[in-house]
Structures are given as structure tokens and as C-alpha cells.
Design a protein around this ligand. Sequence first.
Ligand code: C2O
Ligand code: CU
Length: 489
Amino acid sequence: MTQPIHRRTLLRAGMSVAGAAALTSCTARRSSAAFVAPDGDEVRAAEARRNPGAVREFRLTAVAAPVDLGGPTVATWSYDAAVPGRPIRVSAGDVVRATVLNRLPEHTTVHWHGLALRNDADGVPDVTQRHSEPGAEHVYEFTAVNPGTFWFHPHAGLQLDRGLYAPLIVEDPHEPLAYDDEWVVVVDDWLDGVDGRTPETEYAELRTGAGGMMGGHRMGAGSSPLLGGDAGDVRYPHFLLNGRVPAAPASYRGRPGTRLRLRLVNAGGDTAFRVALSGHRMTVTHADGFPIEPIDTDTLLIGMGERYDALVTLADGVFALVALAEGKEAIAMGLVRTGSGAVPAPTVRPAELDRKIISYHQLRPTEAVLLPPRGPDRTVRLALTGGMMGYDWAFNNRRYDPTSLIPIRAGERVRLSLVNTTMMWHPVHLHGHTFALGDTGVRKDTAIVLPGQNVTATFDADNPGRWMVHCHNIYHAEGGMMTLLGYQK
Ligand code: C2O
Ligand code: CU
């Protein structure tokens, strides 16, 4: 993908002149100089307060190379030619120092999804860093303060919908959960390198389809009552669990009776998944890395960017862990093997998928992560706007502009009021903070907002910098549904 010229120009000019591009609007946007700089004193002070611990070194190389998905071999982009990339695993309080070498034919960045990290390590091009050009190395260094299940991916164009993603697990040195083993499970929708398609060709089609002969009525890729209708824009030939198609599934092998912690991550570009383990119920313990009061369920829905941790006590046999591509009538699948038994067909649909499913309303944060009660100091209304017709996804009808920031202040309690005026669902993600969702206050960094729905996401402004809010449907984000919050100086 090639960046539009104006973005490149901006990049060269650097952030020092961004102040010249002062913009005002109904959201009272201010010039860039009025906001805390991503590497400013306030950011350094906040990092020092995290008590940086031992430095852990990691190396990643973003490469264009073939990857075997368990049958189909695709030409794609990945970290070190693996999909998902090797997990990064540290202990809470450790400092992650990740050196990323860019061997891609275009620029890239890495974003560490869900972490309350120092702003200049957040990986947002033109905002928190300059792009890494091909051949360049970029070092990301940040304290991982909260334990939990996180992940990382590029924040450049549509690169996320290739194979550039991997889990980031922050272990709790005082882990309160009792379990025997864990399995990190990353689900994804896949089109790159199959039949000549790339995320860029798909995006171009979505945009031309928008103005095309069908009068703008390109049909969605499927429909789901759980998602309030249109499930997605993109048809994918494959759905992957830990980088494998269902015909050649990834497996967890263990003993019956094992208490297994599943760490589920949705790395998809345009697909929500309904996840269940055949023959088992799950006890969900964490949402987006933060603890909840444990709740039993047969299945759960996971939007792009979301994570859930769940405990299962394994029965004896061979079981399918199925991620149904919601509304798209296809599955990703993995196997749990604790004994002998027939391997389930790659089209299996466990009964659990149609039993009890939990909703956000049933999730309660644990006492330890409940935001203390207090009214908001500031409410930021973000209307989710646009549609398939013009492929003009945006917040408040304004397409993303990296020089335009919505002001907030350190110490405030900020309430994002997310008002979905569109005909589609959107998984909305906030960088650098974990908000309290709606009335229950469950802590999350990404939340599904259904068509016509209003949702509040409340957070304490305790991490100075410039932070993105965006839809985690990568095609919607690229279309313009991204914005920035800036801590005022
Ligand atoms: Cu995983 Cu800005 O996102
Ligand atoms: Cu969206």
C-alpha cells in the first residue's frame, strides 16, 4: 500500500510544525503545541512512576515471506515468518525492549494493544513516532505495568490484515488464579496471498464498490443477530486458529482433569468470532486482560482487538475448540487432546455455540479493578458515522486527521459517549488506558458498539500523551474511523 502524499509530507515535516495546522471544530480542537508531547516531561514522569523493573530484550523482524497455514501456503507479511509471531512474555513491572527491524517493502510501526504504556512507544505513525522506513530499526521500550493478555500489531495502513501479529502476555508475579497450564489462542480471518488478493485490493474494491453500479449496495459479507445485522464487509477464504486452517488444526495436548487457562485473542481484520470448546463449559476470568468476577458460559463473542481469558477443566478425549466466524458461516478450529477419539471434522459446529452466551451486561469487574465511583469531569461525544455507501467511516463525520486532537486534562475522569449512528457494529478501541464500560464498569480497552446503540467508556486520565480512539475493523479505521485524544499541557 502506498501512503497518500500528504501523509508523507507531514512525516518529513515532523511534529514540530504540526502546531501550524491548528484546527478548530465543535469538539474544540487545539493546536498541537497545546498538548503534551509523546516524549515530553509528563510522559517521562509517568513512566518513572511505574517503577521500571528488569529490562527484557526482544527482536522482531517484519518480513515478506511465504507462510504455511497448514495446507495453503501464502505469500504474506509476518514477524519472523511465523503466523502468529512468537509471543512476548514478561512479568508485570518488567521493561520490554523490543527492537523491530523492518524488512517489508513499505514503512511500518508496532502498536502494543491494550497496554497502559509510555506514549512514545505506542506506535502510531505521525503522532507518537515517525514511520520505520524499509531497512530501518526501531526500538520500543516501555514498562509493562498491568498483568494480562495483550497483543501487538502494526499501526500502518491495512498491515494488520496480513500476518503481522503476536500475543504479548504479562504474567502476574502474584497470580491469584489456580490453574495447571495455559494455551494462548489467536483467531484470525485470512485473505492475504490467496487468489491474488491483498488487504489493499480488498479495500480498493470496497471503496469502488461504494460508488459503483450497484448504487452503493455492495452486500455485506454476512449477517448476525448477535451483531445487530451486517456482520462484516469482507469475505475471507480462510479462518485461522493459531495460524492454521481447520483441516490442519493446532493442538493442545494434556491430561484429563487439567485446569487449562485459555488466553483468547481476536486478531481479525473484519470478523467477530463466537468461541466454544466442545463438551466443556468455560469460566471466564478476564476481559481485555483485566479480571472480572468469574462467570460460567458455553460460548462467548469476541470482537476484533478483544481478549478473554477462560478456565476449563479438561475431559478425556479429543475436543474441538471452535471459533465460528460470526455471521459468515465458517469456522476456525483447534484441538484439545487429552485421550483417544476421532478428530472432529473441519466443519464441526459444537452444540455449545448455540447455548448460553454471555453479554457485557453480565460481566462485573473484580473489586480490585473497579473504578472508584465519581462523576465524569468531561464527556466527549463520539458519534460513529458513515456507511458502506460512501465507505466514509468516521467519528463525528470527520475523517481521521493526525494533526487534530480532542483535548482532555490529566487527572480528569473522562467519559467517552459512543453513539453508533451507523447500520453496522464497531469494536471501538482506546489506546493507553483501560476504560470502565457502561453501567457495570467492566474494565476493557475495546468494546463492541452495536448499530443504533449508545455506550459509555469512562477512564481516569492518568497516562499523559496523545492517544488514539478507533474502530478495530481495520477497513473502517483505514476508511477514517479514528481520532485522537490529547492531554493538554
Ligand atoms: Cu489494536 Cu490502535 O489498535
Ligand atoms: Cu467499524
